[in-house]
Design a protein around this ligand. Structure first.
Ligand code: GLY
Ligand code: MN
Ligand code: MN
Length: 535
């Protein structure tokens, strides 16, 4: 069944001599009756929705604390943080809605919440805002309409008949501890008293490029009130940057959710091992692997945190191999980089490189061990007080020396590690670490001095993911290395004492990986092949 057949807005680009009047064309699939009798009948005799009170979500108090921190950075300014609108996949079919991560962070809202919603933080007298902050926050969204409304049955985008139950103003207010208002009040809330601060107008800061309607509304207000657009762009960018930096150190709730995501991802990797025998032989075995992981992601979480990389043989040397249309052959390694996104929208990001037939060959093991040693060196330095960039440097130190030992570097490891060398990066061209959270590459808009050049702090969560990628086409290396790609990626929580590998339960050492694979295959033999992931 297609969406939107009854209530679709279509932009009009008809030429003057269009053969068919546009109104007819827009409605050319609609067969909904429109008689008064039909409308009255549709509006009648529905049970009232249940009116149980919605309990306060655990995340609400954490989100309030995040807003208070944000508030302190922008006293006296109105902050506008949109969730974004559904994105078109094709024609009138949208992707599943996922709110923008900055909105999710400061509202605490996760899966499904809430298309076209906007959080407005209105400045108050200093200290007179929410929790003693400088702002009062209100959430604007389109609440569910009553069953006696046309929207109930005639609106394919919002109507309960079409998309299921949606929250009321009261429900979201109760659940997230935020005052809520209908979207119809948003325009005034965003634009009232706005203007050039030098002339006494109120300054707006907007998270841009999330909701085009909000961009247009704020731009129009700025133009109408003589606000400098270039200066405003830079102020908006500072808000986006601040929201990104607000997520550099995770709170207790976030760490809990990252554990949920990592644990589900580990179960997804077990599912992958389970289907490996079935992946072998078919033309698109990588898709069998991808599909098994996706089942787990949908079963336990909201979705994937990013498209799964299921890359067998030489495909493992393609860093963003998401076509996953290759075959899976015994004797090869399969590199799988995958993450479950929890319902809270926090994602894991894990990679394991597995021997398809359960045993690493000697050369595979040699390369794998080098990557593992690089990872362990990185873990050693991923502790409070060191710099974020030290983590990458430690991994590169190991890899450059190993490549030198194998005779692959055209220069010494020392020269390769120098700024003007970097020859080893031919086989490890990506970074070793990135922050992880609501976005797989979290905090990406943070200032350099707070990211790459930052001092590592307890509460930071990032990946450690060294790799070596020897392409079949690489004539600079002996043949035995070619067509092998290895990455090992774990998710790390920095603690007061050092760090915790959140993904430690997923085997890393080659002998442990082999034993783990064999254990799953033995289990499956005893209980029979699995039909899909168990809950
Ligand atoms: N899966 C994306 C990354 O590892 O950064
Ligand atoms: Mn990663
Ligand atoms: Mn990854």
């Amino acid at each position: 069944m297609s969406q939107g057949s009854e209530h679709t807005a279509v932009s009009h680009h008809a030429s003057e001599d269009a053969a068919q009047p546009m109104d007819e064309r827009v409605d050319n699939r609609s067969q909904r009756p429109d008689s008064d009798q039909f409308r009255a009948f549709m509006a009648s005799s529905w049970a009232q929705p249940e009116t149980t009170t919605t309990p306060r979500a655990e995340v609400a108090e954490f989100a309030a604390a995040r807003r208070a921190r944000l508030s302190r950075l922008f006293p006296g300014e109105r902050l506008v943080i949109p969730a974004g609108a559904p994105k078109v996949r094709s024609n009138d079919t949208d992707y599943r809605f996922r709110p923008h991560s900055a909105f999710a962070h400061v509202t605490g809202m996760g899966v499904d919440h809430e298309p076209e919603a906007v959080l407005v933080m209105e400045p108050t007298e200093p200290g007179h805002g929410d929790d003693g902050s400088d702002h009062v926050a209100t959430l604007y969204f389109h609440p569910m309409a009553g069953r006696d409304s046309d929207e109930f049955y005639a609106d394919a985008k919002n109507g309960e008949f079409w998309v299921g139950s949606r929250p009321t103003l009261q429900q979201l207010q109760d659940e997230f501890g935020l005052p809520t208002q209908d979207l119809s009040a948003l325009e005034t809330a965003v634009t009232k008293d706005a203007g050039n601060a030098a002339l006494g107008g109120l300054s707006i800061r907007l998270v841009r490029d999330v909701d085009l309607n909000m961009d247009a509304l704020v731009d129009t207000s700025r133009i109408n009130t003589g606000v400098d657009l270039e200066q405003s762009d830079s102020k908006d960018a500072t808000l986006t940057e601040a929201l990104s930096e607000l997520r550099l150190v995770k709170d207790e709730y976030e760490i809990g959710q990252l554990r949920v995501a990592v644990d589900a991802t580990i179960r997804g990797f077990e599912d992958i091992v389970s289907v490996l025998p079935r992946a072998i032989g078919g033309e698109r075995g990588e898709r069998v692997v991808e599909g098994a992981f996706f089942s787990r992601a949908r079963l336990e979480g909201n979705d994937l945190g990013y498209d799964t990389i299921a890359a067998s043989g030489n495909n493992a040397t393609v860093l963003h191999w998401i076509r996953n249309n290759g075959s899976v052959k015994p004797g090869e390694l399969i590199l799988v980089d995958a993450g479950v996104e929890a319902d809270s929208l926090y994602t894991a990001d894990l990679t394991r490189t597995l021997p398809v037939d359960g045993t690493y060959t000697e050369i595979q093991c040699t390369i794998y061990q080098a990557v593992l040693d690089a990872s362990e060196a990185a873990f050693e330095v991923a502790v409070p007080g060191n710099h974020f960039r030290d983590v990458h440097a430690a991994a590169m130190e190991v890899l450059a020396h190993r490549l030198e030992q194998w005779g692959l570097l055209p220069v010494s490891a020392e020269v390769s590690l120098s700024e003007s060398g970097q020859h080893h990066r031919r086989w490890m061209p990506h970074g070793t670490s990135h922050h992880l959270g609501l976005d797989v590459h979290d905090c990406a808009q943070a200032k350099r001095e707070l990211y790459l050049d930052a001092v590592i702090e307890p509460g930071m969560v990032f990946t450690i993911e060294p790799g070596l990628y020897f392409k079949e086409e690489d004539l600079a290396i002996p043949e035995q290395y070619r067509g092998i790609g290895v990455r090992i990626e774990d998710d790390v929580l920095v603690t007061e004492q050092g760090n915790e590998n959140l993904s430690a339960a997923l085997p890393r050492r080659p002998e442990d990986v082999e034993a783990w694979i064999q254990g799953i295959w033995n289990r499956d033999e005893n209980v029979g092949p699995t039909e899909g992931p168990a809950a």
